[in-house]
Structure formats: C-alpha cells, structure tokens
Design a protein around this ligand. Structure first.
Ligand code: UD1
Length: 375
C-alpha cells in the first residue's frame, strides 16, 4: 500500500508525525511525504520537522503565500501532477488548512482514496476559512478519522455513512505526549515566573484594524497584572505594522519552536489565544485557556477541558483573568482517547482487512483505470 501524506502549514506538522511513525513499522506500507510549502519560514516549518523527527519531504510544492483562491489553485495544480506520477493507493490529509482541502479535491477528481485526519470538527461559522476547508474535505473523504465523539455526530448529521467514520482520538496530543520528557526538561531561562502566553493570528482577529486594536488594548491591560509572552505569527506582525498600531509595553517575539512553545504553555499562568490546537494542548496540560473567539470547533475543550470562550468581550476577559489570578481557574479533565496512541489506531485501521478491501472496491475505478481512460 502506497500512502501519500500531504502537509502544508504549521499545525499540520504535529499531526502527521505520529501517523508517519506508526505506519513506518507496518509491513507492506510505502510512504511519501508531500509539503505544499504553504508555510515556508524556517521558524514556521523546518524547525518543526527537526523537533518532531519528521523526515525531509519527498516533494515540496513550494506554493508560498497568496490569496485563498490562488494558493488553493496552485496547490491543486502542483499536487495533481504528483498524484498522477506517484499513483498512491491512499492520500492522507490533516486538519483544516488550505493545503488540506486542495489536496482532497485533487484526490476526489482523480478518484484516489483520501483519508482525513482530524475530521468532523465544526465551529458552525462559515466566515472562518478553516470551516469551509473542513466541510469540503469531509464531504470528499473516504475515511474520516475523528478526535472526539462530537466529530462523529457532526459527520453523521451531514449524511456521511457511519462506516467511513473512525473515532481514533487526537493525533496532535500524540506528538505532545511523545515530546513531553523534553518539554519538562526545557529550561525557560529569561522568561518570567508567572505570565500570560498569548497567540493571535485568525483573520477575524487580526485583519480588521479596529478588532486588532481592541485586542491589543485588552492585552495592554493584562500586562498591568501579569507579564505577557507573545510569540507573534507573521500575519499578525504584518497587520500591526500595516495598521500602525501601538503595542506599548507588549514585546512581540518571533514564532517559537514546538518544544519551547509547549514548555511555555505548560508553565503559563494562563494562555490567551485564538488558535485551535492550543485550546487542545492547554486542556491536556490543565492550564487555563481564554479563547478570543465566539465559537470553537473543539467543544470538548470547553465541556471537559480548561477552555473558556471570551470572544471580543474585554469585560469577560478581565473577569476570567481575575478569577485565574485569584486561584479560581476552571478545572478540566483530558478527553477520552487523547492518550498518545491515535496514530497507532489509524495505522491499525489502514492495515486492517476491512480497509484494505476498499482499495479496489467493486464499481469504483482505481486510479490506474482512470488514468488509462484519460489517455
Ligand atoms: C494558516 C491556516 C490556519 C492555521 C495557521 C497556522 C488556512 C486557511 N489557514 O493560516 O488555519 O491556523 O496557518 O499558522 O490554511 N507567512 C509568512 N511565512 C510563512 C507563512 C506565512 O510570512 O511561513 C505570512 C504570509 O504573509 C501570509 C500570511 O503569513 O500571507 C498568512 O499565511 P497563510 O498560509 O495564508 O495563512 P495563516 O494565517 O498562516
């Protein structure tokens, strides 16, 4: 069985690593890693490959940045040629970035089986580009690997047959668990003892100057009570400069490598973020998380974990922060199957007999027959 994995942006890398590792010791499995090049800065990409022990990609499509249409189209054009040339039996796509949806669309058109890792998450907010990517990818996927039961329910509600859905747990937590010994050892020299760790990059938070200004104002209030550590995404840094916003005493750091960032999360007094994955990592660590969004596609982090949605409500942020500083932070538990073994479960399913039978099911043309028909 030849499996092609497609990754492109920072949050994909910690998801592919455990699946690659789990499949690497299964007999008869050949793997090819494709990096679309959606993220290309060393500190947004290369350093994650090194720390996660991911091999150098076999193919780099080097698409770079662009509008959504341009980036998606460029990934499709370049990835189609790879699929035609390499003839995989299965393509695995990860998460909800543009690279995920673009690759799934290519596979659906070429009628190559596609599996979506981290399927079924829904914010029910179609203004988020990621929500569009999730909807499209899940509709086109043949195998849907979900991190939590809400994912299964969302998919079934959208008419996806039960037999395509596999509840496997959270692959990103696999990477966290694997690197935990290093994370625990990592010295945090130069960082304050108590601090709020901040990340911000959603278009809805940073692309509108008034919204971004409001968030920075709130952070400048936080800094009166608690030090702020703020590794800034390139997009956020660009917008702050473009809108000539005042960051006052807020010191912006460059994006941090994965192990360093996890170490900072684990020891934070509170994490303030609009990221999806960080809502999950803080829940695993039991660290309070205040999410600068009105919704989340990861509701278990709110129902079971430490996450609280504060949206753009400065008053709510203030009140929640005061609770945390008073020692009254929300306590949480780790959701089921967030145990470090999701990648192994995916490998078990892919190499099990029920899935293997589906590589050339009756009535469905294989890649080879499509290519022959198209000359
Ligand atoms: C993408 C994902 C988002 C994910 C985020 C994590 C989509 C639609 N969005 O958003 O879901 O949470 O990655 O980071 O796929 N840039 C650089 N260097 C890089 C990459 C980007 O400078 O290595 C700058 C570019 O100016 C680019 C901007 O950041 O235009 C945004 O990058 P892009 O890949 O379009 O989306 P992200 O905001 O990173």
């Amino acid at each position: 069985m030849h499996v092609v994995h497609v990754v492109g942006a920072r949050p994909n890398f910690m998801k592919v690593a455990p699946v690659l590792r789990a499949l690497s010791n299964r007999p008869g499995v050949k793997q090819t890693l494709v990096h679309t090049g959606q993220h290309y800065d060393t500190n947004m990409s290369d350093v994650f490959f090194q720390q996660l022990g991911i091999p150098v990609p076999d193919v780099n499509l080097s698409v770079g940045s662009g509008t959504h249409a341009r980036q998606t189209a460029e990934i499709m054009t370049r990835f189609e040629a790879v699929v035609v040339e390499r003839k995989p039996d299965l393509v695995l796509v990860y998460g909800d970035v543009n690279s995920t949806a673009a690759a799934a669309l290519v596979c659906a058109k070429l009628r190559v089986l596609v599996g979506h890792v981290e399927a079924g998450l829904r914010s029910f907010d179609r203004t988020m580009p990621e929500e569009i990517n999730r909807l499209v990818t899940d509709q086109l996927s043949d195998l849907l690997f979900t991190p939590s039961q809400d994912g299964d329910l969302n998919l079934q509600r959208e008419g996806i047959p039960r037999e395509k859905i596999y509840l496997v747990g959270n692959v990103m937590i696999d990477s966290l668990v694997q690197l935990l010994p290093e994370v625990v050892q990592r010295a945090r020299n130069g960082f304050p003892k108590r601090y709020a760790l901040v990340t911000l990059h959603r278009p809805s938070n940073v692309d509108d100057s008034e919204v971004l200004k409001g968030i920075l104002r709130s952070l400048l209030e936080v800094i009166q009570d608690l030090a702020v550590v703020f590794p800034a995404h390139p997009r956020t840094r660009q917008r702050i400069a473009e809108f000539s916003l005042n960051t006052g005493q807020l010191r912006l750091l460059d994006p941090l490598p994965y192990v360093e960032f996890l170490a900072l999360q684990r020891a934070a007094t509170v994490v303030i973020t609009d990221s999806g994955g960080i809502q999950e990592e803080t829940t695993y660590f039991g660290v309070p998380c205040l999410t600068l969004r009105n919704n989340t596609e990861r509701p278990v982090t709110v129902s079971l974990g430490t996450n609280v949605l504060v949206g753009h409500d400065a008053e709510k942020l203030r009140a929640e922060l005061a609770n945390i500083l008073d020692g009254k932070a929300k306590r949480g538990t780790v959701p089921p199957l967030w145990d470090g073994h999701a990648g192994e479960r995916i490998a078990d399913i892919l190499t099990g007999s029920s899935v293997r039978r589906r590589f050339a099911p009756q009535g469905r043309c294989t890649l080879r027959t499509v290519l022959k028909r198209e000359g």
